[in-house]
Design a protein around this ligand. Structure first.
Ligand code: ASP
Length: 595
């Protein structure tokens, strides 16, 4: 029901069945055309556009004059009759294109200054620069594309709520002013005025709270929760974002995956796509081996292969492997065969080598097979038989790199993505969802080599690897899983540690002293010792999911008021310097950064 005292219909809702009705509409003047004394206005609201005609046959001269002089983007209220358009004038591109409204009353209720950026665009017109659009977000948000995106986002949120409620989950809010909840980023801190020198942290996720809710017996929780992570600017991430956050008790990993699958199937359905369950499952090790990434795009083949069986022992490539081994590196020879890739140009191959160099990789060495001819940077290392034995057929290109897996995996992931981009092969499926499971519990810190948590420190070690927790922490797998869609991570989750002693061991590996653990996480440990059910959960990155489902190019296109990549809100102007009196009340002194 959208009828109000001021209007009878939404503009975009009128159809042929409404012909003959007297209506009152309110909307924004999208475009105006003056054709021989009749003024045509496209009136817009969130349902779409309708053509309003103001002409001498039915409108007074004063009314025609007002329509002639109204500016675009002004808000008007129009009264009139819905009339069928003559067949030649119908517009099949517009949902309201069979009708128009002959205005008999017309009032400008919200005059508009000349808009700083246009809302209406002709076909092929480029969008204004994003910075400008973000600065004038109130106008940018009027664009039908962004309206459609936010309407779909709303529908997805409601569908998630519905499906989770049907699965007996309770929506429970958790605090925003809280204690740090580590998820691998920095915290946003909020100074307390009443407790000088003390700070709240904005939650990086509701992780600890949802676990406390399980300890408290709520059993199944969800929340569309806002999370805050102060990341370095080089990551194109939003400092605040929304998750569909889920936690359940008395569950195994399989149970959680089934619950999340049910939610994802429903979300895809809401966006008009059918996806099959159960999703493919890959171990982290397998994903890294075959695709070089924990976010594999399974719409395409081009799997990474181990070429260690390369026959020629005296060539460039084996030489490089030997050199790296002498340096103490655990080098392997891995690569991708690109069927039909012999057609790649030197320029294509140069681009691939840039991708590899970006991640510090070697090569790639490349070889093409065309009939009996072998060419490429390692042509001398190869002959038709060697290539044949390695699965390189006539017309194929093989791209090879040598090095430790930590380098060759990201390098070949990049090569694979670039090959797919360049060849644009038909995908095997439009929607490839998969689970990546059995992640490592710890990762080496790139600088110090010490263990840092791969996700967050509350993830349970894999029961089969419990004995490695102390003896070989890096070999210890976690009951952690990610959902991946067409090469994009949709979210992560895990089964949690419920034994306070194991939780303490994990903290110890992370280098936290018992005193630090008690100060930062004592409340969680106390709760875990108070009768904690086995539990686990998941968080679906809602902004990214919405972006993928509406086909937007950026998460900023599905967030009403996003931040720029430099973490600024350009419309309202945040962050901004605080007033000295506010800082004084917070007992804060700003020390300007050194030049
Ligand atoms: N707290 C995790 C995150 O925000 C999700 C989870 O483990 O449930 O990524």
């Amino acid at each position: 029901m959208t009828r109000t005292t001021l209007r009878t219909h939404r503009c975009g809702a009128l159809r042929a069945a409404d012909v003959g009705q007297r209506v009152r509409l309110g909307g924004w003047v999208h475009r105006r055309r003056d054709l021989g004394g009749i003024v045509f206005l496209d009136l817009r609201d969130r349902d779409g556009l309708v053509q309003v005609a103001v002409g001498p046959g039915w409108a007074s001269p004063d009314l025609v004059f007002r329509a002639q002089t109204v500016g675009t983007e002004a808000v008007v209220v129009v009264e009139g009759e819905v009339v069928a358009r003559p067949p030649a004038m119908r517009n099949s591109e517009l949902a309201t294109g069979d009708v128009e409204v002959h205005a008999t009353a017309f009032q400008v209720v919200g005059p508009a200054e000349t808009p700083a950026i246009p809302v209406a665009r002709g076909k092929g017109d480029e969008l204004p620069a994003e910075e400008l659009r973000l600065k004038h977000r109130h106008l940018d948000l009027r664009r039908p594309e962004l309206q459609a995106n936010l309407i779909m986002r709303h529908r997805l949120a409601q569908r998630a709520r519905r499906v989770l409620s049907e699965l007996d989950f309770l929506e429970i809010e958790t605090p925003i002013l809280t204690k740090p909840t580590p998820e691998g980023a920095r915290d946003y801190l909020v100074p307390s005025r009443v407790h000088p020198g003390e700070f709240y942290a904005l939650p990086q996720s509701p992780q600890i709270y949802k676990q406390l809710l399980m300890v408290a017996g709520f059993d199944r929780y969800f929340q569309l929760s806002r999370c805050f992570r102060d990341e370095d600017l080089r990551y194109d991430r939003q400092p605040e974002f929304t998750q569909i956050d889920i936690e359940a008790s008395f569950v195994t990993q399989d149970d959680v995956l089934a619950i999340v699958e049910a939610v994802l199937v429903a979300l895809w359905d809401e966006a008009g796509h059918r996806i099959e369950r159960p999703f493919t499952r890959l171990s982290w090790r397998d994903a890294m081996e075959r695709y070089g990434t924990d976010k594999p795009d399974l719409r395409y083949d081009f799997e990474i292969k181990d070429f260690s069986r390369w026959a020629k022992t005296d060539g460039k490539i084996v030489g490089e492997a030997v050199r790296q081994k002498l340096e103490g590196k655990d080098a392997r020879l891995r690569g991708i065969v690109v069927p039909g890739g012999a057609a790649f140009s030197r320029k294509d191959i140069d681009r691939l080598s840039q991708e590899v160099k970006q991640v510090g990789g070697w090569g790639p060495a490349w070889v093409k097979r065309q009939g009996e001819q072998v060419s490429g940077s390692i042509a001398k290392d190869a002959d038709v038989e060697t290539l044949g034995a390695l699965g390189v057929r006539d017309g194929d290109l093989a791209l090879l790199t040598v090095g430790a897996d930590q380098v060759t995996s990201p390098a070949l992931d990049k090569v694979r993505r670039e090959v797919i981009r360049r060849l644009a092969p038909a995908p095997k499926a439009a929607h490839a969802l998969c689970w990546v499971v059995d992640f490592p519990l710890f990762e080496p810190d790139p600088e110090t080599g010490k263990p840092v948590f791969a996700h967050h420190p509350f993830t349970s070690p894999h029961p089969d690897d419990m004995d490695k927790l102390d003896s070989d922490p890096f070999a210890c797998r976690a009951l952690h899983y990610d959902a991946v869609y067409n090469g994009n991570e949709l979210g992560s989750g895990s089964i949690r540690i419920t034994d306070p002693a194991i939780q303490r061991t994990v903290f110890r590996h992370l280098g936290l002293s018992p005193a630090e653990v008690d100060a930062r996480f004592g409340f969680l440990l106390t709760a875990l010792a108070a009768g904690a059910p086995p539990h686990g959960g998941f968080a679906i990155g809602f902004d990214r999911t919405a972006m993928l489902l509406v086909g937007a190019g950026s998460m900023r296109d599905v967030i009403a008021f996003p931040k720029t990549t430099a973490a600024r809100a350009l419309f309202e102007g945040a962050p901004a310097p605080a007033r000295p009196e506010d800082l004084a009340a917070l007992h804060i002194k700003v020390v300007p950064p050194h030049e």
